[in-house]
Design a protein around this ligand. Structure first.
Ligand code: SF4
Length: 402
């Protein structure tokens, strides 16, 4: 068994770590050493000292979900009084606000709502692309694609093809949690997508020419071995397709969830980020998850392997439902990047640099508070829903009334 020093030398030489070595380093290296090694990997991949971010908007088009994952505080059951679906006009308004602050993309994800058929998504994407041709749609994580495949009884590649034809630009890596079926069963998310099914959606998306991200939510019921297994499964698929642009990890947010429990600490986050940077040698970019960890740990992440500050959050709903709601606008993100000794640059989903911070180029409104998908108490139903067949009994009754 190699010593920690031998493992560290291996990482410094750019050699790939196997499962046993990665686990040993993760468990036994000091936090300082893990950070130094991860920072070395980052510096080799990004010798220019750039740290990027994207201005986009994280919109959750519906909170109605039949998956019922036990770590989720966001979802509502079909028929719940505070269940919502956003209307096309509401989404257009959100895009207008995003463009006003220099935004280039919508990160669109939502619950598995049985009353929104594939046609609704296709019509929405087409309507967005008609109004905003150069605006990007980074939408529908693998479990949502699987949900649509089941609902429409079409194979996953066909669903992806139809969504691309309607305007889908890329797929976010949500819903991965931990890609180990033992964990997924305990989290009640095996039914929405097994580990293989999640990876398979990404494989098909990459084959169809889409770039996607990959994520890991840790800190629920998984073991250290299972965290490493998750990383290795992502690395394996990346070897095969090269389709992942970035990896993002965050800790489970326990408040208001059925699973409950406690949140992982900041040190656990930094160690996990660092081992991910070391193991995922074929990923170009790692994001800092300041939305769950706060701005200060987010900034320190830049010394633990992250080279990207993720999204300038204009809106957030999922993490906020579980008790966390950190907010940084572009000015704050840039201040954190520059104060850590890096050069801040705006990017798109493909990590192409778009330019200097936009607030230095023109006047943009400051966004010091996060927007929500819907204002509290707004239970309006979008008018266009009546054109789409519902699957649930409640949905069918509602459509008859519309
Ligand atoms: S995590 Fe996603 S799929 Fe699971 S219950 Fe929440 S909204 Fe539904």
């Amino acid at each position: 068994m190699p010593s920690i020093t031998e493992l560290a030398d291996k990482v410094d030489r750019g050699e790939r770590l196997g499962a046993a070595d990665a686990l040993d380093l993760y468990r036994h290296a000091s936090t300082g050493l893990l950070g130094r090694l991860a920072d070395g990997v980052r510096a080799r991949k990004h010798p220019d000292g750039l740290v990027t971010y994207i201005i986009d908007r994280n919109v959750n088009y519906t909170n109605v979900c039949v998956a019922r994952c036990n770590f989720c505080a966001f979802y509502r059951e079909v028929g719940a009084p505070d269940g919502y679906v956003l209307g096309f006009d509401e989404l257009f308004r959100k895009i207008d606000e995003t463009i006003a602050v220099g935004g280039v993309q919508l990160l669109l994800q939502g619950g598995h709502n049985p009353d929104l058929p594939l046609q609704w998504y296709e019509d929405l994407f087409r309507a967005i692309k008609t109004r905003y041709p150069s605006f990007k749609l980074h939408a529908l994580s693998p479990p949502e694609v699987i949900h649509l495949s089941r609902l429409s009884q079409l194979p996953v590649p066909d669903v992806i093809e139809r969504l691309i034809a309607a305007g889908l630009d890329s797929i976010p890596g949500g819903g991965a949690e931990i890609l180990v079926d033992r964990v997924r069963r305990l989290l009640h998310c095996h039914g929405k997508a097994s580990a293989d099914e999640w990876l398979d959606v990404m494989r098909h998306a990459h084959r169809a020419g889409l770039r996607t991200t990959a994520t890991m939510m840790y800190g629920t019921v998984e073991t250290d071995e299972e965290r490493i297994e998750h990383l290795l499964r992502l690395r394996e698929l990346q070897d095969e397709t090269g389709g992942f642009t970035a990896f993002i990890t965050w800790s489970y947010q326990p408040e208001h969830t059925e699973l409950a429990g406690t949140e992982a600490t900041g040190v656990d986050y930094l160690r996990t980020l660092a081992i991910a940077r070391i193991v995922l040698d074929n990923f170009d970019n790692l994001q800092a998850s300041w939305v769950t960890q706060g701005g200060k740990v987010g900034q320190v992440s830049l010394a633990y392997g992250a080279n990207d500050m993720g999204s300038v959050m204009i809106e957030e709903n999922v993490v906020r439902a579980a008790g966390a709601s950190y907010c940084m606008d572009e000015v704050e993100i840039v201040r954190n990047i520059e104060d850590a000794g890096f050069v801040a640059r705006r990017r798109n989903m493909h990590y192409d640099v778009l330019g200097e911070p936009i607030f230095r180029e023109r006047d943009v409104p400051r966004m010091l508070e996060l927007a929500t998908a819907r204002l509290a108490g707004d239970s309006s139903r979008p008018e266009e829903l009546r054109f789409y067949p519902a699957r649930s009994r409640t949905g069918k009754q509602e459509r008859q009334q519309d």
